[in-house]
Write a protein that binds this ligand. Sequence first.
Ligand SMILES: [Zn+2]
Length: 256
Amino acid sequence: MTDLDALREEIVTANRILADNRVVDSFGHISVRHPDHADRFFLSRARAPEQIVAGDIMEFALTGEILGPDPMPGKPYSERFIHGAIYEARPDVQAVVHNHSPSVIPFSVTKVPMKPIMHMSAPIGSDIPNWDIADKFGDCTNLLVTSMEMGRDLAAALGHRTVTLMRGHGSTVVGTSVRQVVFTSVYMELNADMLLRARDLGEVTYLSDGEIETITKARSGFTLERGWENWCLKAGRPYVPGSNETGPGYSQTDKS
Ligand SMILES: [Zn+2]
């Protein structure tokens, strides 16, 4: 198996994990930047994440143009511009998840801020913008990001951050690896669900910016790997150990 074949299998696994953890349902997608060509990315054909197989993975230019394979396995996602525009704006980003994570949506249609309340969720950050497609494209769109112009506007709203909400639609999460973006996405959904319930009980104490910074800096490959292994096996996918399983940031916090 070539490295790119292994990457396609990893994308399949990521789709299954995201589905298994309610981040995506029949809709939503994850892409990965091409490891050898920074101006290309991999993304499945338009298919429910739980059904995706390696043969569904397509290759795109950042502008959304289809580069392969030939013949195409099927129709591409109409929202592939989310991914391309973010890779274009953010050289540091290697993987992108776009989702309609159900517990997150309420925060996109209200003024209630979505912030981390639990240590595992710290990577979502405390400064999460809410991109509203209507601000630039009017109130008669179908809310989908179907052009580079829309994708670039979304990428500008995301800025240097990890997450942006998308009003009445969902959210987009970025990361420096597949494992990291999946981890952040899973804990974003859990955090939103917990936050909705905490608000019913009373006043909420969020993580402080200092706590978020400390946790995010200390988080290592070991923590991501521990989640990834468990989620792979739960989703019925083979676990292939990552290269940084015992990264230098391994700490007491990570073992909790
Ligand atoms: Zn969408």
